[in-house]
Write a protein that binds this ligand. Structure first.
Ligand SMILES: [Fe+2]
Length: 213
């Protein structure tokens, strides 16, 4: 004979057990699974030493790219003057492009079996880009500061690209050249043209006359 169905539903003790299972297990901690600076070998046919050297270089490039990215956002917020709207948009466009580079660099580091930098305090300790003042600066100073940061980055990345190429790390070399160098050079051009001192509306007749003499 089939047993009767219990219409009273689950007992109190059953409910209590169910709630226990559904309760999040908070305040957990554990040791790191991989220390910073150590390589977890991945089957990518690259020597561990090559991976470690590339990862060290890329973490430097990452810290500097995060800093340059954030410098763009600072200037996006703090820009002033009659070119406000144009620069407000340009700075944010470059911020977005640098942000994509940040992700590409960090994921390349992880792909090499290394650990990428992530947090602001670690970035601040690592970057070679000079810290700007907290306050607002005039537009020419903002642009000069960005151009100098780009050049710091481009100089070091060219050396890193050469190293990666010589070590046979084509993936890292490709990222450094095709993405980082190309993006930074293009952004430098867009910025630098703002510091060319040409008349806005009326051509400089005095200069033209002087040239004709
Ligand atoms: Fe915004």
């Amino acid at each position: 004979m089939a047993s009767k169905i219990d219409k009273r539903g689950p007992s109190y003790s059953q409910l209590e057990e169910g709630a226990k299972q559904a309760t999040p297990l908070l305040h957990q901690s554990a040791r790191e699974i991989q220390p910073y600076g150590k390589i977890a070998r991945l089957p990518i046919a690259l020597d561990e030493k090559v991976c470690a050297q590339s990862a060290e270089n890329l973490n430097q490039a990452l810290a500097d790219t995060i800093t340059l990215r954030d410098l763009y956002k600072k200037h996006h917020w703090q820009v002033a003057g009659h070119t406000f709207y144009q620069l407000h948009l340009l700075f944010d466009k470059h911020y977005g492009e640098q942000n994509e580079l940040v992700d590409s660099i960090a994921e390349r580091i992880q792909s090499l079996g290394a650990v990428s930098l992530a947090m602001a305090a670690d970035v601040a300790e690592t970057t070679i880009i000079p810290r700007p003042p907290r306050g607002r600066e005039e537009v020419p100073a903002q642009i000069s500061r960005l151009l100098e940061a780009h050049e710091f980055l481009l100089r070091e990345v060219r050396t890193m690209a050469k190293q990666a190429s010589e070590a046979g790390d084509d993936g890292t070399n490709d990222l450094l050249v095709s993405e980082i160098i190309r993006t930074n050079e293009l952004q430098v051009w867009f910025l630098a043209e703002h510091l060319v001192d040409v008349p806005l509306v009326r051509a400089d007749k005095a200069k033209a006359a002087g040239a004709a003499d």
